[in-house]
Design a protein around this ligand. Structure first.
Ligand SMILES: [Zn+2]
Ligand SMILES: [Zn+2]
Length: 361
């Protein structure tokens, strides 16, 4: 161990200017520390105590570190090694103005050398010492990762669509949203925010999830992005440590209609804008706004989607109607003029042809 010494407080030194003889080395000294000269004191001084070898437990899956009888996220293995050394460092009370430096170096992924620099004052004289500790990292699955590996789940998200079968793309998109939202919850500290299992079938998918709380966020996220509804129910799954354990089922339903779907309903042709608990859209027959509670939106007929609208030439604009070429027969026909319509004749406009007429979009 290297020992350095320097005189710090010049004024203090001057005050004690009555020179003394050091009883250890016999040299004359201006300043004494605990009755001997600073050099002799420094030779005996132990600024700190630290074991030669320390052990730490780190989860290889998630990087959590076992600390104070629980698993915590404490950063990189470097940081875990430095923290382990710091926790086991003992500095006597008589040392004042202590500064500690920790420098971890990986010897292998499991063994770290942590170099320790300590500076501190005794009776106004600053001493510096350094040392080294070996931190051995044991890789051990944390409680959460063990649960995950054991197929633990608190809830099931039943992903379906209302009155129809969702497309494969929709299901894939929703499963991506589940992953995205779970990752956010995991980063926010919900260590059970993981997907245990996903089973896809014709009607949709069942997603088994570690955290019911995260499941709630996931459903909210899907509804925000794609609309739809969710209903929660609980079932008793058993007993654990004398407590009842419940599982949550999230019955998630994607909306029956997508944005842009054109639907025939009660002698109206509706272009859907949003389809959640409430359906909103535009009645293409008179350009009026349409809204209704989804439970009353029944006996509907899907006519298509505005994504399939055809372009055609606008022939002329009259007071109440517009003349266009029928996109299929190319005959000139007059159709309803949409509200706020301000296109000029000769350009191409988008129209949607149905059994109930042709509508300009
Ligand atoms: Zn001495
Ligand atoms: Zn873990």
């Amino acid at each position: 161990m290297k020992i350095m010494m320097q005189k710090k407080d010049q004024q203090n030194t001057k005050k004690d200017s009555a020179a003394a003889i050091c009883p250890e080395c016999g040299k004359e000294t201006d300043k004494t520390v605990k009755n001997v000269c600073p050099e002799c004191f420094g030779k005996k001084l132990k600024l700190f105590e630290l074991p030669e070898v320390l052990h730490a437990r780190v989860c290889p899956q998630c990087g959590a570190h076992y600390h104070k009888s629980k698993w915590e996220d404490l950063g990189t293995p470097d940081e875990v090694a430095a923290l382990t050394a710091e926790k086991n460092l003992f500095i006597p009370d008589e040392i004042e103005n202590v500064t500690v430096g920790m420098h971890p170096h990986a010897r292998s992924p499991y063994i770290y050398d942590v170099l320790v620099d300590i500076e501190g004052d005794v009776d106004g004289v600053t001493y510096y010492q350094n040392g080294k500790v070996e931190v051995r990292i044991k890789r051990e699955a944390c409680e959460m990762c063990s649960r995950r590996a054991g197929g633990y789940f608190e809830g099931i998200i039943q992903l379906r669509a209302n009155n129809r079968i969702p497309s494969k793309e929709e299901v894939t998109d929703c499963l991506n949203l589940v992953e995205e939202s779970m990752m956010t919850q995991l980063k926010k500290g919900d260590k059970l925010a993981f997907v245990t299992d996903t089973i896809t079938f014709k009607d949709g998918a069942d997603v088994y999830i570690g955290s019911a709380k995260a499941g709630r966020h996931v459903c909210k996220h899907i509804i925000e992005m794609r609309g739809g509804t969710v209903a929660e129910s609980f079932t008793l799954a058993g007993m654990k440590d004398g407590k009842e354990v419940y599982r949550t089922t999230f019955a998630m339903k994607l909306p029956e209609f997508k944005k842009g779907d054109v639907v025939y309903f009660e002698e109206k042709v509706i272009e859907i804008k949003n389809c959640g608990k409430r359906v909103t859209g535009i009645n293409l027959m008179n350009s009026s706004n349409f809204f209704i509670d989804s439970e009353h939106f029944k006996n509907t007929k899907l006519l298509g989607n505005t994504a399939d609208a055809k372009e055609t030439v606008l022939v002329s604009v009259e007071k109440n109607g517009i003349q266009i070429l029928d996109p299929e027969t190319f005959e000139t026909i007059t159709i309803q003029k949409p509200m706020g319509f301000n296109a000029l004749p000769g350009i191409e406009i988008k129209v949607f042809k149905t059994a109930y007429g042709i509508f300009a979009l």
